[in-house]
Design a protein around this ligand. Sequence first.
Ligand code: G3I
Length: 445
Amino acid sequence: MSMTLLRLSRAAAAGLIAAAALTAAAHSAEAADTLGSAAAGQGRYFGTAVAANHLGESAYAATLDREFTSVTPENEMKWDAVEGNRDTFTFGAADQIVNHARSQGMDVRGHTLVWHSQLPSWVSGLGAADLRTAMNNHINRVMGHYKGQIHSWDVVNEAFQDGGSGARRSSPFQDKLGDGFIEEAFRTARAADPAAKLCYNDYNTDGVNAKSNAVYAMVKDFKSRGVPIDCVGLQSHFNGASPVPADYRANLQRFADLGVDVQITELDIEGSGTAQADNYANVVKACLAVDRCTGITVWGVTDKYSWRSSGTPLLFDGNYNEKPAYDAVLSALGGSGGGPGNGTASCTATYTRTADWSSGYNGQVTITAGSEPISSWTTTVTLSLPQKVSATWNASATWDGSGNVMTARPTWNGSLAAGASTSFGFTVAKNGSDAAPTVGTCTAS
Ligand code: G3I
């Protein structure tokens, strides 16, 4: 099937074509039940970062193929991956992702051409004239290889400093070529693939601040002088130290008002349960409120492979269960909360050591329900022998024959609302071993 037909058949399945004929707003008559189809109903794409080495995992590929309409290679198109040695280009892993995406009718975001990080040392060692040649050659060769296959390229990534200076970040490009390297990269990129949208992409530019003001001034200058730029990517990596800014929507809008598209390019929000879900919903609503916010990409499919996996910042947990944040995003996109797998009770279990002394420690396991309410849960805690549990609370425990695998079930605390949590605890006698226990998969009913 051709890509166009494949895309049309996906859209038709979601009831979008009939709806689009009825209303220019293209809201689906029946609410869509995946992220991609719901976003399409709003005229947006919904994408994810993808790592080539996970494509062989069936649950990973199935979730990717079902839910997303755009992919960004997480590392495979970076300079060190495609041109580790000068003029020798290796596209194997990136091609794998692009081929997978195209076979599924998905769009591809290119990430990234000119960036100070994941840059091979041979590039940093060049003198100015040679560096300029190498930069332009890199852009030409990589964009040439994927010509016509990339909807948006992050041409330059993270070129501004954090903090209040509004200055450019020191990098081989900045230090040797000066401010003009960004403009040169965009001009080279336009000629290399005129069909691709050309984006400037950065983090900590999500709200109005000194850094985003500096990017804003650059984009304004580019637009006024006819330097080719089509989009600004706001990475949107959020956590407690860097929360979703209150002026997020206003910031998206001011960039859009310069005459560029805005894209949320690397979204992830650390947290869990309803707090995380609310943050995700707010980000999606902000994008939908800005006409030129054309799509959202989350930075990974599942928490277990996230670059911030301990912060569980994504929409699917480590077992590919939809989290409350998934439901919140789907519903903010106007979809129905009935995606495949929905309606299935699920839970996650996370461990922390809450007290420690020379001969023992207290452990705590927090059980969090997935996107459906649950009536019971169970998980295991495996100790390193000769450790021994001397007490448990808020769970009933049974033991395997060797005495080191504890199966925990609820006492009074089996029923949890969607996204809600409970904890149980235990005291361990170390008996000479300080090893942390392993918590098994959480199973819910
Ligand atoms: O593949 C090797 C593996 O063979 C090796 O054993 C292992 C040991 O360290 O490293 C593996 O490579 C790691 C790679 O991720 C793949 O997992 C690199 O060390 C690690 O540095 C790399 O991190 C990536 C990071 O960019 C590098 O800056 C993250 O996956 C990726 O999510 C992250 O993405 C960036 C965006 O490109 C730009 N914006 C910020 C964002 C988050 O940092």
